[in-house]
Design a protein around this ligand. Structure first.
Ligand SMILES: Cc1cc2nc3c(=O)[nH]c(=O)nc-3n(C[C@H](O)[C@H](O)[C@H](O)COP(=O)(O)OP(=O)(O)OC[C@H]3O[C@@H](n4cnc5c(N)ncnc54)[C@H](O)[C@@H]3O)c2cc1C
Length: 354
């Protein structure tokens, strides 16, 4: 069946589609409400040789002030399907890429599923969760992904990838590594209905819950505690709070060799990684390099670090992408000068660079 023809608009402001509320216009813009329209729009642009920007919740994007010269496709597909797994007592939850992530988490936690609760409150869409393997409070989405349905723009084939095929790592995946190749259409999660959450290893979360690290509690309690902690840090969306006009953490936690880690003060937070290196806290490095919460390049500057979390760069109301990037560069330079460590941006930078 041919998809219904898709209406294309021109010169559409993109800032309002991002949580940072920055970025210029899209030369061409389509809202894809169905999977068929989504694939059709991207295929046609690829055939024309027109660059494509995929945008869903806009919560991990920094779009340049010049905007995007090609076709921007806003992913607005819907549909959730829940069925028993054929090979176990688990449940398979398939959600279309455009579904809202936290609405799905809220529904599944309230339906008694366990394993997804610590990922509460992350803004954006279901389809973007595999892109950077979203994670928080000791959980990563890779742990509960069964498969990802994709359209491969190089072969023009639709396929289903197992979690192993997705190359998940800390804030990365094949989708992040090859952004112009994969269009994620739907994600299937494998979950079980259980009275207990997964073990809570993240110290701050365990403390908030009043349990020992490694213990478990009810998934709904974990969701509530995570949302409370996130609110305190400006990490849930609230239109009235400029600390949330961000892309969440602006920098990933750097992973460095042991020698570099050993050169840091003893109190620097560090976590060993499986490949023998060490993950450091970007927030700690930023604060120790002299950039405290709320830091800005000047008084009343339009962009500043969040007043609640040094890792988030925020738009105080009239910031441009240039303002955000200038601040980000000041922070990376400061951290490099003090510690010799290069911070990398977590959000996708569109038409701009650090
Ligand atoms: C306040 C706040 C808190 C946050 N907290 C966290 C956190 O705790 N942990 C965390 O990991 N992240 C966090 N983030 C970042 C962000 O919410 C996640 O990365 C989220 O998954 C992005 O979803 P989105 O739909 O908004 O993606 P978008 O911003 O629309 O897109 C992000 C990237 O994914 C691509 N993309 C989107 N959809 C698809 C698709 N269907 N197929 C292929 N590519 C696609 C886009 O082209 C872009 O490169 C936070 C952001 C904010 C603003």
């Amino acid at each position: 069946m041919q998809p219904a023809s898709i209406e294309q608009a021109t010169n559409v402001p993109l800032a309002q589609l991002t949580t940072m509320r920055i970025g210029g216009p899209a030369a061409h813009f389509i809202e894809a409400m169905s999977e068929a329209n989504l694939v059709e729009a991207v295929t046609q642009a690829d055939q024309r040789g027109e660059p494509v920007l995929l945008i869903a919740g806009g919560s991990n994007l920094v779009i340049s002030d010049a905007g995007f010269a090609g076709l921007t496709v806003h992913i607005a597909t819907r549909g959730i399907d829940i069925k028993p797994a054929s090979d176990s007592a688990d449940t398979l939850v398939r959600a279309a890429a455009g579904e809202n992530w936290d609405r799905l988490v809220a529904q599944l936690v309230s339906d008694g599923y366990s394993g997804i609760e610590a990922l509460s409150g992350i803004p954006g869409s279901v389809g973007a969760t595999p892109v950077q393997n979203v994670g928080a409070y000791g959980s990563e989405v890779a742990r509960i992904i069964d498969s990802v349905e994709v359209y491969d723009r190089t072969t023009r084939l639709r396929l289903t990838m197992s979690a192993q095929d997705c190359g998940f790592g800390y804030r990365t995946s094949v989708f992040k590594q090859q952004p112009n190749r994969w269009l994620i259409l739907a994600v299937t999660f494998k979950l079980a209905q259980r009275a207990e959450s997964v073990a809570i290893r993240y110290a701050e979360l365990a403390e908030t819950l009043g349990i020992a690290p490694g213990d478990a509690t009810k998934p709904i309690q974990v969701r509530r505690a995570v949302l409370n902690i996130r609110r305190r840090k400006g990490m849930v969306l609230d239109i009235d709070d400029h600390d949330c006009w961000s892309a969440g953490s602006f920098f990933t936690n750097p992973i460095v060799d042991v020698t570099l880690s050993d050169a840091l003060p003893e109190e620097a937070p560090r976590w060993p990684t499986e490949d023998g290196r060490v993950k450091l806290s970007a927030a700690w490095l930023i604060e120790q390099a002299g950039f405290s919460r709320g830091w800005a390049l000047s008084v009343n500057a339009p962009a500043s670090l969040s007043t609640k979390h040094a890792l988030a760069i925020t738009n105080r109301g009239r910031a441009t992408a240039a303002d955000v990037l200038e601040l980000a560069r000041a922070v990376t330079t400061g951290v490099r000068d003090k510690f010799g460590i290069t911070l990398h941006a977590e959000p996708s930078l569109i038409g701009c660079a650090l």
